[in-house]
Write a new protein. Structure first.
Length: 190
């Protein structure tokens, strides 16, 4: 099977769609994101004895956190884009809505394998990166910064993880059209 098709093959039919711009889906994914973020941060609160004082240094750390989060979101989407670009060489789209930041390849239909690689790439790259920072950086304040980033990363991947889960549980040959905020799945008719 090819990595992608420019036209949907005749023997495929649409069988599922996820649209993060849909308010209901967006709200569900964002609630899931918050629960995942809190869930992965809690163990670190028990492992490390974080001290929290309100002072100028703490205010500076929150500013660093805010900037780091924006940089992370951009890098996260660029990792999706890098995988799509390497596997398809097609034009990418990037964007940001109230409910989702996104990267997509809207003019093609990617294979299940290509979709899985693109969907899971930022989760793998940044999970490893943030965990290494958490475990290797000795300064507790900076460690806390990475714990928060890790939690927000984990929660922010809720949509990617959901798409990946659907792809993994799908049987047979699957193609996906990824506009960024919307993924449409097509199944081969046998």
């Amino acid at each position: 099977m090819n990595n992608y098709y420019k036209e949907l093959p005749e023997n495929y039919e649409k069988y599922y769609e996820i649209d993060a711009k849909n308010n209901k889906i967006g709200i569900i994914l964002n609630i899931l994101a918050v629960l995942l973020a809190i869930g992965v941060m809690i163990p670190f609160v028990f492992i490390y004895d974080f001290k929290f004082e309100v002072n100028l240094y703490t205010a500076l750390m929150f500013l660093v956190l805010a900037v780091s989060l924006v940089v992370y979101m951009i890098l996260h989407e660029l990792v999706h884009g890098l995988v799509y670009k390497l596997l398809t060489h097609e034009k990418l789209t990037f964007g940001l809505t109230f409910t989702v930041a996104f990267c997509g390849v809207p003019n093609i239909y990617v294979s299940k394998k290509t979709a899985l690689l693109a969907v899971f790439a930022p989760f793998v790259v940044f999970t490893i990166t943030f965990l290494l920072c958490i475990f290797l950086i000795p300064n507790l304040t900076i460690k806390l910064l990475f714990v928060i980033l890790f939690g927000l990363h984990f929660g922010g991947c809720s949509g990617d993880l959901y798409v990946g889960f659907l792809l993994l549980k799908s049987k047979g040959n699957i193609l996906m059209n990824d506009t960024g905020p919307k993924q449409t799945f097509y199944k081969e008719i046998i």
